[in-house]
Write a protein that binds this ligand. Structure first.
Ligand code: DGY
Length: 323
C-alpha cells in the first residue's frame, strides 16, 4: 500500500521529522518560512494530511475549494482557533490537536511572566545590559511582592490548574478562578483554588489575573476596557492563552492610564506583530509565544501529531480528535 502524502508546514524537532519521514511520504518546509494562504490551499488540494501550527491560518475559504484532498489536519499545538474546524468538519476533514504535553511548560511561562512583571525583571535586565545601573540602594526598582497575594485564573483547564498549583503551594497564594462549567469543589481544592461565579468577581479579587481559556469565538476581546477597569489598579494581567482574548487597544489604554499596574504577555492578537506602544512600556514583560518552547515539550507535541495521523491512516480513531 502506498504511504499517505503529508505536508508539514514548519520545521519540527529533528527526531519527530525523522519518524514522519519513515512512516509517511512526507514533504517538509526546509527553510521554515510561514506558508501563504495560496500555498496552504494548494497543500489541501494535493496532500492526504496537512500538519499546521499556530502560525498558519486555515479559514473556511481554504476548505471550500473543489479539489480538497486532505483528509486530516494534524495540528501541532493544543489551541486550534487558527483553523475553521466547522468548515473542515463540514467537508469531512478530521482535525486533531496535542493536549496534555504542554501543560507544565505553559504554566511555567505564565509563572515566569507573573514573577518578572511583579519584580520588574525585564526592566532590571535592560538596565544592567545598557550599563545604566548605578548600584544597590533602598529605593531602587521597587516591585510588588508575589508571595501571599491573590491569583485570579480565567479558564480552569489543565494549564489553569497547573498554574494554580504552582501559585498556591509554591507561593502561598489564595487562588480564585472563573470557569464556564462548574468544577467540583473537591477537585478545585486539590489545586488550592476556589471557583467564583463571574469573571468580574475574579477580576475584582485578584492581584494577578492569568488567562487560560481558548482564543476565538466568544472569547475574542473577553478582556475589554470594562473588564480592565474592574481589575485593581495595583493588579497585573498575564496572558499565555491567545492574543485575541485581550482587546490590545484597551489594554494599552489601561496600562497608560494606570487602570492596572502591568502585564506579562506571551501572545498577541496579530503575531508576530507587537503594538509599538507596548514595546515602549516598562510595566510590561513581552515574550515571543514561548509557552511550549522546551525541547521535551516540542518533541512530545510532535509525537502526539504522529500518533494522531498514524491512527487515522491505520483506520483507528485519532486519540486527540477535536472535529
Ligand atoms: C499551543 O499549543 O496552542 C501553543 O500556543 C502553540 O500553538
Amino acid at each position: 500500500m502506498s504511504k499517505a502524502r503529508i505536508l508539514v508546514t514548519r520545521r519540527w524537532p529533528e527526531q519527530v521529522e525523522a519518524v514522519l519521514a519513515e512512516r509517511f511520504d512526507t514533504t517538509f518546509n526546509r527553510d521554515d518560512r510561514p506558508m501563504e494562504q495560496l500555498a496552504l490551499a494548494d497543500a489541501l488540494s494535493r496532500y492526504d494530511a496537512v500538519l499546521p501550527t499556530v502560525s498558519d491560518r486555515l479559514p473556511a475559504a481554504l476548505f471550500e475549494g473543489p479539489k480538497l484532498s486532505a483528509k486530516i489536519i494534524g495540528n501541532y499545538g493544543v489551541g486550534y482557533n487558527h483553523i475553521d474546524v466547522a468548515a473542515a468538519s463540514a467537508k469531512g476533514v478530521v482535525v486533531t490537536n496535542t493536549p496534555g504535553v504542554l501543560t507544565d511548560c505553559t504554566a511555567d511561562i505564565a509563572m515566569t511572566l507573573l514573577l518578572s512583571v511583579a519584580r520588574r525583571a525585564g526592566e532590571g535586565e535592560r538596565q544592567v545590559r545598557s550599563d545604566t545601573w548605578s548600584g544597590w540602594r533602598p529605593t531602587h526598582m521597587i516591585g510588588t511582592k508575589v508571595t501571599g497575594k491573590t491569583l485570579g485564573i480565567i479558564g480552569f483547564g489543565r494549564i489553569g490548574k497547573a498554574l494554580a498549583k504552582r501559585c498556591h503551594f509554591g507561593f502561598d497564594m489564595d487562588v480564585v478562578f472563573y470557569n464556564r462549567s462548574r468544577v467540583d469543589s473537591a477537585v478545585a481544592m486539590q489545586y488550592g483554588a476556589r471557583q467564583l461565579n463571574s469573571i468580574e468577581e475574579v477580576l475584582a479579587a485578584a492581584d494577578f489575573v492569568s488567562l487560560h481559556c481558548p482564543g476565538g469565538g466568544e472569547n475574542s476581546n473577553l478582556i475589554n476596557a470594562a473588564r480592565l477597569s474592574a481589575m485593581k489598579p495595583t493588579a497585573f494581567l498575564i496572558n499565555t492563552a491567545r492574543g485575541d482574548v485581550i482587546d490590545e487597544t484597551a489594554l494599552i489604554a489601561a496600562l497608560s492610564n494606570g487602570k492596572i499596574a502591568g502585564a506579562g504577555l506571551d501572545v498577541y492578537a496579530a503575531e508576530p506583530h507587537v503594538p509599538e506602544r507596548l514595546l515602549a512600556m516598562d510595566n510590561v514583560v513581552l515574550l515571543p509565544h514561548l509557552g511550549s518552547a522546551t525541547a521535551e515539550t516540542r518533541t512530545a507535541m510532535g509525537m502526539k501529531v504522529v500518533d494522531n495521523v498514524t491512527a487515522f491512516f491505520e483506520g483507528r480513531e485519532p486519540p486527540n480528535r477535536v472535529a
